[in-house]
Design a protein. Structure first.
Length: 115
């Protein structure tokens, strides 16, 4: 199982970024996917979750209405569209899934929101 995140970078407050996560090594369409984020010295926070067919999503209160999780099962990709970004969204974002009762994480992608 492998995840490769991309799309992070530097953006001004109020701006947008789209994170991507390419999955491989398992039957992607059978598993829910999650985006987490983690600031230095803090625990990882669940940002968004999407079920296996994309019909159900849920979000942390801190991002609700600003972030949208989606997936393309044919391409084995999961996305996080982030709008109205705030300085407090400056953290590393990770792609995650529980596959066969094991946790798998990507390497993370840094998002920095600053003027």
């Amino acid at each position: 199982v492998q995840f490769v995140e991309s799309g992070g970078g530097l953006v001004q407050p109020g701006g947008s970024l789209r994170l991507s996560c390419a999955a491989s090594g398992f039957t992607f369409s059978s598993y829910g996917m999650r985006w987490y984020r983690q600031c230095a010295g803090k625990e990882r926070e669940l940002v968004a979750h999407i079920n296996s067919d994309g019909g159900y999503t849920n979000y942390a209160d801190s991002v609700k209405g600003r972030f949208t999780i989606s997936r393309d099962n044919a391409k084995k990709m999961v996305y996080l569209q982030m709008n109205s970004l705030k300085p407090e969204d400056t953290v590393v974002y990770y792609c995650h899934a529980i596959v066969m009762s094991r946790d798998y994480w990507g390497q993370g992608t840094q998002v920095t929101v600053s003027s």
